[in-house]
Write a protein that binds this ligand. Structure first.
Ligand SMILES: [Zn+2]
Length: 250
């Protein structure tokens, strides 16, 4: 075990956030400075960063600028690079840089492919990294049922359901799922705390993870969510630091 995973609450890691421009109608809604200021203000020490993907990446079979995250990680040692993987554009060139990343992220909503699509299964089988997957229970292709199917196929790999299914329907559906031990849940972008409370009662703090989804979310708000669901300091430390550190092998 590393020094980081032994630390208790002093080494909080934001497990899911984005660096890169998010421009809409002439304004950029994302900045490195804004994020770092917010993260530092609540004691977050490291951040798992992915670039920002767009619908056009799937239309054009392109991949967001993963290189920019590697460059940032060289300048700022707090940045833990996560690879934004487009299943339609996973070429040799893309694969060659994977060893510099700690995990990959898949976005079935933007790409409109099912989480347990045979193309996803082939890629996941080929790569040796934890897999973060955007989940949104309001769409069949990104449901937690499909997330569960994928995680069950690879019991030795670790998966994080980003947004934990996200919407109210998740609360009612959770009991239908046989959730495998290698599936973890991120608290960003979840519609109601009730969903997180139910998840906590089912999988416990050992499988829930603090993530902000900046610039869509904010680390200060996400951390408050963790405070709401943690029953004690051990659980708080698990969710803000130890689970993700162990999962990524930090
Ligand atoms: Zn995200």
């Amino acid at each position: 075990m590393t020094a980081q995973t032994q630390a208790t609450g002093d080494f909080m890691i934001d497990a899911h956030m984005h660096f890169g421009d998010f421009v809409y109608k002439g304004r950029n809604w994302s900045s490195y400075e804004e994020y770092v200021k917010a993260a530092e203000s609540v004691g977050v020490k490291r951040f798992c960063a992915v670039p920002i993907g767009k619908h056009s990446d799937f239309a054009n079979k392109s991949t967001p600028d993963n290189e920019s995250i590697l460059k940032l990680a060289k300048r700022d040692k707090r940045v833990i690079p996560v690879f934004w993987l487009n299943i339609l554009d996973f070429s040799k060139k893309e694969r060659s840089s994977l060893d510099q990343f700690f995990a990959v992220k898949l976005h079935p909503d933007l790409g409109e492919f099912a989480i347990d699509d045979p193309r996803v299964i082939r890629i996941v089988n080929d790569i040796d990294l934890p897999v973060f997957v955007h989940t949104n229970e309001s769409k069949d292709h990104s449901s937690l049922q499909r997330m569960t199917n994928l995680a069950k196929r690879f019991p030795k790999k670790k998966f994080i359901a980003i947004h934990s299914g996200s919407v109210t329907r998740t609360f009612f559906k959770l009991h239908d799922y046989a959730i495998p031990d290698n599936l973890y849940f991120d608290v960003s972008g979840v519609q109601y705390e009730l969903i997180l409370k139910k998840l906590h009662s089912m999988v416990g703090a050992d499988r829930m993870i603090f993530g902000s989804d900046y610039p869509f979310g904010d680390p200060r708000v996400a951390l408050e969510r963790i405070r709401v669901i943690a029953r004690n300091k051990r659980e708080f430390d698990r969710m803000t630091e130890r689970n993700i550190a162990e999962l990524l092998g930090l």
